[in-house]
Structures are given as C-alpha cells and as structure tokens.
Design a protein around this ligand. Structure first.
Ligand SMILES: [Zn+2]
Length: 225
C-alpha cells in the first residue's frame, strides 16, 4: 500500500505516468517469483525518471528513496522466494522414486486374488533370476533375510518412515544399517519363497504398517511403473 501511495505522490509532484507504472509494478511484483527481471527493469525506469528530474522537473527525493527502498525489499523477498522454490524442487527431486528393474512386465497388481493367502499385497515385476534390483528411493536397510513365502527379502525404510519390501531375491547385497540411495543396486531378482517363477514382489508400507498399492505410491512419487 505504501508503494502505491508513494507512486501517487510522485505523480502529483509531476513525474507523470512513469511513476504510476513504477508504483503498480511494485505492487504486482509481490506475487510471483518470475517477475524479478521486471522489477529490475522498473528500477531502470525509476532511474531514468531521476535523470528527468535532474533536467528540471520537481520530485520529492524522499519519496524516490522510499520507492527504491521498497523496490529493494521486494527484490530481496523475490530472491528469498526463488531460493525457497529451488529448495522445494530439490526436495521433490530427492524424493522422486525410480523403477526397481531396468526391464520388466507387471505380472500381478495389488489387491488381486489368486495364489496368495488372502489378496496380493504388492506389485510384481517380472524379471529373470540375477537381474539387478535397484532401490526405488533413498533410505536405510532395516531388515534382510529369508522370510517364508516372501523368500529372501530386503526392507528399506525411507526417510519418511515408509518401508519398501523387495522379495523373492536370489542375492541380497546390503546389510541392516546400510544407507542406500535411489537407483543403487541392492540385490538380484530370484524365485525364492512362494512363487511360480522369478520376479520381484515389491511392497510399500507407510510407517511400517499395512501395505498400500505400490502403483499409486510410484505415481505419487513421479513415476508410472
Ligand atoms: Zn507378488
């Protein structure tokens, strides 16, 4: 509001439409990060108005100083917003999941009835025994070993507490406590446990609780399996 009244007052003292534009751009600059350049070019307008004043027109220097101070504050604020946006983008990228196998077909989806005790609690990625399994996201290994129907299983707990279960493996390459990054090879596809053929059975368990549909979880984290 101060910006507008500053603009108005400058206009009244004779600087004309340039000052008005400067005033309204100050106001507009507040909302979006991409207008920083605009704000800078407005500053240019302000400077050229100053030279007009030098050539004889009257303008209150205090108002100009106030307008410039506010412009600088807006710019600082915009820079801060840009930094926050970049940080957020980096965070999203960091949380983006990757696919666990380089080549696969989805052979069973979450909630299907069939071979399983009640219903299928994960997503099956068909692969050959020995194919590398990649961690789908950053996390810490919290369990490894043979687990009945699941066969050789690795559990990686992501930073948000979500457990990712990798099952039926031939080999497990990581140990409890290991820090793993998305895309890192953590083991190989196999046919251990209750299976009819080699594949990766992957489960997603938020907070270590009941499994949710991994397909939706992948989509939520930026990738369609
Ligand atoms: Zn399965």
């Amino acid at each position: 509001m101060l910006a507008i009244s500053a603009g108005g007052a400058v206009t009244a003292s004779g600087a004309g439409p340039t000052a008005l534009t400067a005033g309204s751009s100050l106001d507009a600059a507040g909302s979006i990060g991409s207008v920083a350049g605009q704000a800078l070019s407005r500053r240019g307008a302000l400077v050229s108005r100053d030279s007009t004043r030098d050539s004889g027109e009257e303008t209150d220097p205090e108002l100009v100083a106030l307008a410039e101070k506010q412009m600088a504050e807006r710019e600082a604020k915009l820079a801060e917003m840009r930094r926050a946006a970049e940080k957020q983008a980096a965070k999203i990228k960091e949380n983006k999941w990757v696919l666990p196998l380089a080549s696969y077909q989805i052979t069973a989806t979450f909630g299907q009835y069939g071979l399983w005790a009640s219903y299928h609690t994960g997503l099956d990625f068909n692969g050959n025994s020995g194919d590398p399994i990649l961690a789908v996201a950053n996390g810490t290994v919290t369990e490894t070993g043979y687990d009945g129907a699941y066969g050789n299983k690795t559990v990686v707990t992501l930073d948000d507490g979500t457990e990712i279960w990798y099952c039926h493996q031939t080999s497990i390459y990581v140990s409890v406590g290991d820090r793993v990054n998305g895309s890192e090879v953590i083991g190989t596809v196999g046919a251990t446990g209750n299976v009819t053929g080699s594949h990766l059975h992957l489960e997603v368990r938020p907070g270590g609780g009941d499994p949710i549909d991994p397909f939706g979880a992948f989509v939520d984290h930026g990738i369609v399996p």
